[in-house]
Design a protein around this ligand. Structure first.
Ligand SMILES: Cc1ncc(COP(=O)(O)O)c(C=O)c1O
Length: 448
């Protein structure tokens, strides 16, 4: 296809996700069992009954169909601030200046990057993260700069590392997401205090993309919120989504809370682009925010129980030791021994078993060699999927894949040894790190 009508900001293909959706379509077309799709993080339950009632009432109300300007979003934003105040004690957020309604947190984040950074600026992020971050940075013309991760398996960035301070130069924002997709990692208040101090030191906006705020498996289910730290409002924006906690992914609703200057910039960028979400969907959001926290805990417990069932079944039926997550709706795991190419693994798995999972490479360069299972099917389906994975691992198709991966690893090892000896220390460092901090967006997207 020609690129006559593509701007420089238009992202390329969605890489491995395009391949996966083609593979799922091919598997669906075959006779037999339907595809078990564990590759998309969209909950399989309906929205709460109260939200559906609110939508039904709004559908009959002719005034709900008018353009919705900021004034029309105030009931939602007032409820949003009340929700945060109830759960986090943020009594001084002003819904008129420190809150904004969004058509989902994904939309909010993409526009926020455009609103707070200029083309050529950088945004700090982890090298494994939600698949839309790199394309969103690309559209904004902002360069992703990767932070090194701590070496303790926490999937938190090592903000104390010298590379982090170096990468922060010329950046406008630190983009984080805890509880995290895809790793299910959580951050405590100690980490958020460190992140806020880092942002103060480097004059960055702290963005927490927070769709999984109510999906922590322990305690009351609520994650630590950086916005509730003293002084955080001076440089923090948190993005809330109704997609994961209230099963409203297809309805598209979220909100941003925090620093008034960043919120005003986001509002100004959005103004020529959209007129806010349909009022009926905002009414759904209000009904959701009024639900007691125990209602959210029911869903969170269900994801926890699904995670326990899947990790146990993968161990029992596939000999695959995966770690029990602490939050979210994902099991994130390294490929079983003997495999290294996560995309090839996922393509072969769906072709052989009709079980679809996401290749880790789709979540950034740090995801290579991992896969993500989304816990979006009932427990018995997850257990059956684990059985099929076990049968696949014992099959000749898996043996072929192991042999291909071994050959590719040997070839890569010999070529990186040659590159290191030719390029000296800098070459060795780049080979060890894969894609390094500060690398430009185009290169990163091309490598996905
Ligand atoms: C980290 C993260 N941010 C944003 C989104 C999208 O949220 P929304 O549906 O509110 O746009 C997702 C969905 O998977 C996500 O995992």
């Amino acid at each position: 296809m020609t690129r006559r009508f593509h701007s420089k900001r238009t992202p390329g293909s969605m890489g491995v996700f395009t391949l996966m959706s083609e593979a799922k379509a091919a598997a669906s077309a075959e006779a037999g069992d339907p595809v078990v799709d564990l590759s998309v993080g969209t909950p399989d339950m309906p929205p709460p009954a109260e939200a559906l009632d609110a939508l039904r009432a709004a559908i009959e109300d002719p005034s709900a169909y008018k353009y919705c300007l900021r004034h029309g979003t105030m009931p939602l934003l007032t409820e949003a601030v009340a929700w945060y105040t109830r759960h986090y004690g943020l009594v001084d957020l002003d819904p008129a200046t420190e809150a904004l309604s969004l058509v989902g947190s994904q939309e909010g984040l993409a526009h926020l990057l455009m609103a707070v950074a200029d083309p050529g600026d950088g945004v700090l992020m982890c090298d494994v993260g939600y698949a839309c971050y790199l394309p969103a940075a690309h559209v904004a013309g902002v360069a992703p700069r990767f932070l090194p991760l701590r070496r303790d398996g926490s999937f938190l960035p090592d903000l104390a590392a010298a590379e982090s301070a170096a990468a922060a130069r010329s950046c406008k924002a630190l983009l984080l997401n805890y509880p995290n997709n895809p790793t299910s990692a959580v951050a405590d208040y100690g980490f958020w205090a460190e992140a806020l101090a880092f942002c103060e030191e480097h004059d960055l906006l702290l963005i927490n993309d927070n769709p999984y705020v109510a999906q922590v498996y322990s305690g009351d289910g609520l994650a630590a919120s950086p916005l509730s730290l003293p002084g955080a409002k001076a440089r923090t924006v948190e993005l809330f989504s109704f997609a994961k906690s209230y099963q409203m992914g297809g309805c598209r609703l979220g909100f941003a809370l925090g620093n008034a200057d960043a919120i005003a910039a986001l509002e100004a960028v959005k103004a020529p682009i959209d007129f806010n979400q349909f009022l009926g969907i905002q009414q759904m959001g209000i009904a959701c925010l009024r639900l007691p926290q125990e209602r959210l805990q029911v869903y969170t417990r269900m994801f926890c129980s699904r995670a326990a069932a899947l990790t146990a079944a993968l161990r029992e039926h596939a000999g695959w030791a995966t770690e029990m997550p602490k939050a979210c709706m994902y099991v994130w795991t390294r490929l079983p021994d003997g495999f290294s190419d996560d995309t090839a693994f996922c393509l072969a798995l769906v072709a052989a078993t009709k079980v679809a999972v996401s290749p880790g490479s789709g979540f950034g360069p740090g995801g290579a060699g991992f896969v993500r299972f989304a816990l979006v099917q009932p427990e018995d389906v997850l257990v059956e999927a684990a059985r099929k994975v076990g049968a696949f691992l014992a099959s000749p198709a898996a043996d072929e894949l192991r042999a291909a991966d071994a050959a590719a690893s040997a070839a890569a090892a010999s070529s990186s040894a040659a590159a290191a000896s030719g390029a000296g220390a800098a070459g060795a460092n780049a080979a060890a790190n894969g894609i390094g901090p500060g690398q430009q967006c185009e290169e990163v997207l091309a490598a996905l």
